[in-house]
Design a protein. Structure first.
Length: 296
C-alpha cells in the first residue's frame, strides 16, 4: 500500500493490492488528514466490494445518514439506508456541493464503483477555492454582496404519500425542533413551502465557492414549482442566464475527473470540493454515502 499525489491541483491516491485489507491497515485518522490536505482521496487496487466500502467507512469517527433531498430518487443499497445509489439517469450533472440547499450539508461525500460505464460516467471534480478565484471580479462581488434563496414547494399529494395519516399542521408539529423545521410553512392548498437563504460560499470555508445554484437551475424542470425558479437571490431577483453561462464556463476550465475502475472508492471534503457527473451510456453501478461530524 502506498500514497501518492494524484492531480496537480488537489487529490491523492492510496494504492493497494488485491486482497490487501482496508480495516486495520488503513488508519482513519491518517485518511482524514489526507482529505483535509488534498480535498479528495481515491482508493485504488483494493478491489473493494460494497460491503468492504461500508465496513471501512463505519470504522471512521463520523456519523452516516440517509440521503436527504434532491430532485432524483436514490435507491437504498443497504438496509440501514446509509449506502444508496447515485442519481438516476445517464445525463450530465454539473458541479455542485452535496445537499447545499440544506442548513446542514454533509461534511464528507463517499463514492464506490462496482461497475464503471463503458463510455462516460466519470465523476467530475473541482476545488471550490479555485472556482472562486476563476470568477470574474463582477460576479464574485455580486455573490459576496448577495446571498441566494433556495425555494421549493412539495405538493400535498407528494408528502401525503409518505405521511398519509397526518395533516399538514400535524406534520409540522411532528418535525418541530429539527434543524430545518423553521424553514417549512404550509400553503393554503396544504402544499409545503421550503425556503433557505445562504451564501454561495461554504460556511466552513468562505474562500470556497460550493453550492447548488447551477445544479438547481440545470434541474429547473424538476425543482421549480408554479413557474418559480428553485433558486433566486435573497431579494427575489432572478439569477440571470449570463451568471449561469459564466459558472459553466468556469466549470469547463477547471474540471477534473475520476475515471472509475471496478473496486475504486473515493472520499471528498464536501465543504471544499464540488462534484458532478459526465453523461454515459450502458450500465454503471456507483453508490454513495454522506457523513457528518468531520474530525481531523
Amino acid at each position: 500500500m502506498k500514497t501518492k499525489k494524484w492531480l496537480d491541483k488537489f487529490g491523492c491516491i492510496v494504492e493497494g493490492t488485491p486482497g490487501e485489507l482496508l480495516n486495520g491497515q488503513v488508519n482513519p485518522a491518517e485518511v482524514l488528514g489526507l482529505i483535509e490536505k488534498y480535498g479528495v482521496v481515491l482508493f485504488r487496487g483494493f478491489n473493494a466490494s460494497v460491503e468492504n466500502f461500508k465496513d471501512f467507512g463505519d470504522s471512521f469517527p463520523v456519523r452516516f445518514g440517509p440521503y436527504g433531498g434532491g430532485a432524483r430518487h436514490r435507491p437504498n443499497i443497504t438496509p440501514d439506508g446509509t449506502v444508496f445509489g447515485a442519481s438516476t439517469g445517464t445525463h450530465y450533472i454539473c458541479l455542485h456541493g452535496e445537499m447545499y440547499h440544506h442548513k446542514n450539508p454533509p461534511d464528507l461525500l463517499w463514492f464506490h464503483c462496482e461497475l464503471p460505464s463503458l463510455e462516460g460516467g466519470k465523476t467530475t471534480l473541482a476545488d471550490g477555492e479555485e472556482f472562486t478565484n476563476e470568477l470574474s471580479p463582477r460576479l464574485r462581488a455580486l455573490f459576496e454582496e448577495n446571498r441566494v434563496k433556495y425555494n421549493f414547494v412539495t405538493p400535498k399529494e407528494v408528502w401525503k404519500a409518505s405521511k398519509p395519516d397526518l395533516s399538514a399542521i400535524e406534520l409540522l408539529e411532528a418535525i418541530k425542533g429539527t434543524p430545518e423545521s423553521d424553514l417549512i410553512s404550509v400553503l393554503p392548498d396544504e402544499s409545503l413551502s421550503y425556503e433557505y437563504v445562504t451564501s454561495v460560499f461554504s460556511s466552513r470555508n468562505e474562500k470556497a465557492y460550493v453550492n447548488m445554484v447551477a445544479n438547481c437551475l440545470q434541474d429547473n424542470h424538476k425543482y421549480a414549482t408554479a413557474g418559480r425558479p428553485p433558486v433566486v437571490f435573497e431579494n427575489d431577483n432572478v439569477i440571470g442566464p449570463e451568471v449561469i453561462e459564466e459558472l459553466f464556463a468556469v466549470e469547463r476550465r477547471i474540471i477534473e475527473e475520476i475515471v472509475w475502475e471496478t473496486g475504486d472508492f473515493a472520499i471528498l471534503d464536501n465543504h471544499r470540493m464540488m462534484h458532478g457527473r459526465s453523461a454515459f451510456s450502458g450500465p454503471r453501478k456507483v453508490c454513495s454515502r454522506i457523513s457528518y461530524g468531520l474530525e481531523t
